[in-house]
Design a protein around this ligand. Structure first.
Ligand code: PDD
Length: 283
């Protein structure tokens, strides 16, 4: 049985409890992070800790514990759950108070962590075959740069993508791709990697930042700008990045092959570099 962390204590998962009045449950008034674990070590923990602090600050929520404490809780979770490869999920909510739309003054934040074991996470077969995506309208709220737990629309979109026989959806606003349901989206055109610039329309992916830095170091050309669905459909390559998928090739968009319909060389190379470098830097 998994061991779950709730507000400073460790419980077997069937004994962990959060209040019915928790604002995370009633209002999605909560933020989260997902950090991957490879060989028992955390990938890019400082990036995730920094984004957590930013998400909390944007919502005027308190950081319940220090960054060092968050790190030691993550490590404790990896050890107690014997995770070699997998994920650590962390959520901070504004806390439990009587239901009211107004932000409470005196709520104590709730912090919850659990792990998901994913043996062979870095070796997933999907990385060799690539993903099929369909485009769907982006109907999320306007502050997607804050990593809130309001995941209903991404969840609907992923389910709709599966119904259509695809693996995931790319979300589209004003004719331009924003991002995937739970990943950042990229295409390669004329040898240049194109991905949407940072702003309130997308999550500032921790993997995105690392991958773009590695791409530039490897002398690959990068353009940060919105791209259209038409550009994506006629791209040489496409791929996504996230903490749980690393760099994952996209081989089909709306039922049509991207390039020759196989994972492309840029995505494959970036996946290799990303995995190699982040394993070296893991803590
Ligand atoms: N999702 N965009 C969205 C909307 C996301 O939910 C995520 C992450 C990303 C990629 O960010 P990062 O590289 O920091 O993981 C982009 C996580 C993995 C999830 O919800 O499971």
């Amino acid at each position: 049985m998994r061991i779950v962390h709730v507000n400073g204590e460790y419980f077997p998962e069937d004994q962990a409890r959060v209040s019915v009045f928790d604002r995370g449950f009633l209002f999605a008034d909560a933020v989260y992070e997902v950090t991957s674990v490879l060989d028992g070590k955390l990938i890019d923990f400082p990036g995730h800790a920094a984004r957590l602090a930013r998400s909390l600050a944007e919502l005027d929520m308190d950081m319940p514990v220090t960054e060092e404490e968050i790190l030691s809780i993550h490590r404790e979770m990896v050890t107690r759950n014997d995770i070699t490869d997998g994920l650590v999920y962390l959520q901070v909510t504004r806390g439990a108070v009587d239901r009211d739309f107004l932000f409470p003054e005196d709520a104590q934040p709730t912090i919850v962590l659990f792990t998901q074991a994913k043996p062979g996470l870095a070796d997933s077969p999907a990385a060799r075959t690539g993903l099929k995506v369909v485009t769907l309208p982006d109907r999320r709220w306007g502050r997607r740069d804050i990593k809130t737990v309001q995941l209903l629309y991404p969840s609907m979109a992923k389910t709709e993508a599966k119904r259509q026989g695809a693996d995931d959806a790319w979300l589209v606003e004003d004719g331009h791709v924003t991002e995937g349901t739970s990943n950042n989206a990229y295409i390669v055109r004329n040898g240049t990697i194109v991905t949407r610039q940072l702003g309130e329309e997308i999550l500032h992916g921790i993997t995105r930042r690392a991958v773009l830095a590695f791409a530039r170091e490897a002398q690959m050309k990068v353009e940060e700008r919105p791209f259209t669905v038409e550009e994506a459909r006629s791209a040489e390559e496409a791929f996504v990045t996230s903490a749980s998928a690393f760099v994952m090739p996209v081989v089909e968009i709306d039922g049509r092959p991207v390039g020759d319909g196989q994972p492309g060389p840029v995505a494959r190379r970036l996946r290799e570099i990303y995995l190699e470098e982040s394993r070296k830097a893991a803590i």
